[in-house]
Design a protein around this ligand. Structure first.
Ligand code: ZN
Length: 193
């Protein structure tokens, strides 16, 4: 038995106990916004953007990147559920800055155990075998914090399934202060027509 699993279930029981009016929430997000952000455990979009249940779509992946799957969710978000403004929010000290496609492919090829992070980046401490499957994935790593926000806003803005009426804003979240800073170049690229 996992005590972590028990703790999650105990927390859920307490949450459901006081669920109250949330049972009546409609499906479309009340504030008509969608946020694409990183899965980093230090980021809590509900807290940093002041959201409650029912307010917004939050799409998360490693880096908060505009992957094909993130775009799939954004298209559903506006086309079926009416969101009208989108935020792309990357952050400082993102793990996606600490490796390259080549590096993670090499790590996975040698071992499937968790790697260690040292001053020179990630390195394997586990046993093999690994797998060459990592070579077939585009890991969407980040070489430039501001640049990746601009790139992702641009990709969303220019996607054929995204209407030009939805503004796409670009931001960086600072993990040391909790503050959002606008990436002005990204927001300019993401302007609605
Ligand atoms: Zn991150």
């Amino acid at each position: 038995m996992s005590s972590t699993r028990d703790a999650v279930l105990a927390a859920n029981a307490a949450y459901a106990e006081s669920f109250g009016a949330k049972a009546e929430l409609p499906l479309p997000p009340a504030r008509r916004i969608a946020i694409l952000t990183c899965m980093d455990a230090r980021l809590d979009p509900a807290k940093y953007a002041g959201l409650s249940e029912g307010d917004a779509h939050v799409i998360r992946n490693a880096g908060g990147r505009a992957s094909d799957d993130a775009i799939r969710s954004l298209v559903i978000s506006y086309k079926l559920l009416g969101t009208a403004e989108w935020f792309v929010i990357h952050h400082t000290d993102c793990g996606m800055e600490f490796f390259t496609d080549e590096a993670i492919r090499g790590l996975l090829a040698s071992s499937l155990e968790t790697a260690a992070l040292g001053p020179d980046g990630f390195y394997d401490v586990g046993r093999g075998p690994g797998s060459a499957e990592g070579a077939y994935i585009d890991w969407l790593t980040i070489a430039d914090q501001q640049g990746s926000v601009v790139d992702d806003v641009r990709r969303i803005r220019s996607h054929p399934l995204v209407p030009d009426t939805i503004p796409v804003y670009g931001f960086l979240y600072d993990v040391r202060s909790g503050r959002l800073t606008e990436v002005k170049e990204a927001t300019a690229v993401g302007r609605a027509a």
